[in-house]
Design a protein around this ligand. Sequence first.
Ligand code: BYC
Length: 328
Amino acid sequence: MYTQALNAGPEAAERTIEDAAILARFQERIDAEERIEPNDFMPAAYRKTLIRQISQHAHSEIVGMLPEGNWITRAPSLRRKAALLAKVQDECGHGLYLYAAAETLGVSREELIDQLLSGKAKYSSIFNYPTLSWADIGAIGWLVDGAAIMNQIPLCRCSYGPYARAMIRVCKEESFHQRQGYEIMLALVRGSEAQREMAQDALNRWWWPCLMMFGPPDADSRHSEASTRWKIKRFSNDELRQKFVDATVPQARYLGLTIPDPDLRFNEETGHWDYGAIDWEEFRQVIAGNGPCNADRMAARRKAHEDGAWVREAACAHAAKSRVRAAA
Ligand code: BYC
C-alpha cells in the first residue's frame, strides 16, 4: 500500500499514510479492548456493519413479537397469559433499545423502519415459522431465547459501547424468557400423553430452524472475518451453534424428549455433541423471503405501521407545540 501511495505522488502518499495511521490507531484501540463510543472516529466499514447487524437485530425483536403474540389470547391460564404478555413486551423494549443504539451511528429510525417494511432489511429467519400449538410457546422460550442468549452474551463485550450496554439488559430479560419456556415444556412433559406429544412435536419443528439462527457455516459467513477483527463478534457462527447444542442436549434429556437428529452423538475425543447436516437450502429460502410465514409477518408489520400513523403524527404535533411554547 505504501509503495502504491508513493508512486501516486507525495501529497497522496502523505494522505494515505495518514489514513493508514488513523486506521491502525483504531485497531489498536480495539485490540486493547477499549470501547468505541458514538463520537469517536470509526472506519466507514465498521459503522456500516454495525448499522447492518444492530438494525437486523432490532427488526428481529420486533418481528419476533408476532409468533408469540399470536398466543396471548389463547394462553391456558392467567399466570401463563401474564408471563407471555410480559415477555412479548420485553421483546418490544429490546427492539427499541436496539433502534436507539443504531441511531447513535447516524441512521434515522424512519430509514431503518423503511428498510424493514420495503423488504430490504433482513430479520432473523426463525420468526418465519408458525406457532401451531401452545407447546410452541414453550419451545420458543426454551430454544429460540436459549439460542439468542448464547449469541448475545458475547455481544455484551462487543467493541461498540451503546450496543454492548443494550445487550446487558437484553440478556437478563432473555434469561427469564428462556426459563419460562423451559418451565412450560416441563409442565407439558409431566402432563398427559397428548401434552407430552405436543411438546415433542414442537421440539421436532423448532430444532433445526434454531440451529440456523446462528447464521451460515463459518466458511460461508461473509462478515465474520471483519466482525471478529473489530471484536463485534467474539465467537464464530459454528462455535456458538456448537455451544448451543452442547448446552441443550442435556436439557432435552431431562425433559425426556428426543432431539430430531439421528446423527446426534457425543464425541468422546472432542467432548462435544456431533450433530447432523443442516438443510442450508431451507435457510437460504427463508432469508430470501420464501419461508412459511414471511409474507404474513411483513403484512402484519406493514399494517401495524399504517395503523400507528396517527400516533406518530400526534407525537410530532405535540413535540412541535412544546418547542413553540419553550421558545416563547
Ligand atoms: N436469519 O456473514 P454472516 C431474539 C444473514 S432476536 C436471517 O454470518 P453476520 C428474540 C446475515 O445477516 C434474534 N439472516 O453475518 C426475539 C448476512 O446477510 P447480509 C436476533 C441471517 O452478521 C423475539 C448473511 O446472512 N439476533 O433473540 O456476521 C423473541 C451472512 O451471514 C441469519 C441477532 O440479530 C439468520 N438467522 O452473522 C425471542 C443477534 N444469519 O446482512 C427471541 C445479532 C445470518 O449480508 N446478530 N444471516 O445481507 C448476529 O450476531 C449476527 O448478525 C449473526 C450473523 C450471527 C446473526
